[in-house]
Design a protein around this ligand. Structure first.
Ligand code: PEP
Length: 252
């Protein structure tokens, strides 16, 4: 069966001292919380990955990066290779976040290459998909998400696909305070699962964790996570405070 997963995307927030404090706060609070079957992941800026992974040893969260290079190594100034993440025992990495698609013009083909790099180095990709507002208003959300999933992921074998986590993040809901309704989330998650079932079979589809992202917070997490195809969340703003993040993580 698939896992419940709650992952925090810190984006480009927190200086070193603040990051250290937030991690320490999480570690302390996790000592008295029973997360049962929920996998907690934090994705801080790359500079703080080591800090986070050093402190995650005795607690209950795993650490993920926010992006990775599509290349092996070499003259790519500013980039981070999957082999480097692997050498630091990082287990997860977000790929294809809408902010990277929008501001760095990332294509589905590049995202596919990043996924390949991560799998080659035994990291689990958290692959983001989701439509912008104009696409939703034109009722093109299914077409857009299908293209992102097919072009970004469907070159994988079923065995490789078993390592993929998908995050459905309607772009109009990210950082806007405007959340998808539980019905909208469930409808898209069920659609994504049906695409996976068509390509890889029912068992692979049933085992794939599909997370919701977009203004998920303590006040709405319960109703979103109550849906049968919503297996957790990718959390931006609300992952920057330990209490909010943990309230979401305990909303199943
Ligand atoms: C995100 O950026 O992945 C995200 C879901 O952000 P927020 O929760 O702030 O909408």
């Amino acid at each position: 069966m698939r896992n419940h997963i709650v992952a925090g995307n810190w984006k480009m927030n927190k200086n070193f001292g603040e990051a250290d404090e937030l991690i320490a706060d999480l570690v302390e609070k996790l000592e008295s919380i029973d997360l049962v079957d929920t996998q907690l992941i934090i994705c801080p800026p790359a500079l703080y990955l080591e800090l986070a992974s050093d402190q995650s040893d005795d607690s209950y969260f795993m650490v993920g990066a926010q992006d990775v290079s599509e290349h092996d190594s070499g003259a790519y100034t500013g980039e981070i290779a999957a082999s480097m993440l692997e050498s630091m025992a990082i287990d997860y990495c977000i790929v294809g976040h809408s902010e990277r698609r929008a501001y760095h013009h990332e294509t589905d083909e590049q995202i596919a290459r990043k996924v390949d790099q991560l799998l080659k180095h035994e990291l689990r990709p958290i692959v983001c998909c989701g439509e912008v507002l104009e696409e939703r208003e034109a009722n093109k959300q299914f077409e857009v998400v299908k293209r992102q999933i097919v072009d970004g992921l469907f070159h994988l074998t079923a065995e490789q696909f078993a390592n993929i986590i998908i995050a459905y993040e309607p772009v109009w809901a990210i950082g806007t305070g405007k959340t998808a309704t539980p019905e909208q989330a469930q409808e898209m998650h069920a659609y994504i699962r049906s695409l996976i079932a068509e390509k890889y079979g029912k068992e692979v589809a049933e085992n794939t964790s599909i997370l919701y992202g977009g203004s998920c917070k303590p006040s709405n997490a319960k109703e979103l996570f109550a849906n049968p195809d919503v297996d957790g969340g990718l959390i931006g703003g609300a992952s920057l405070k330990a209490d909010d993040f943990l309230a979401i993580a305990t909303s199943f």
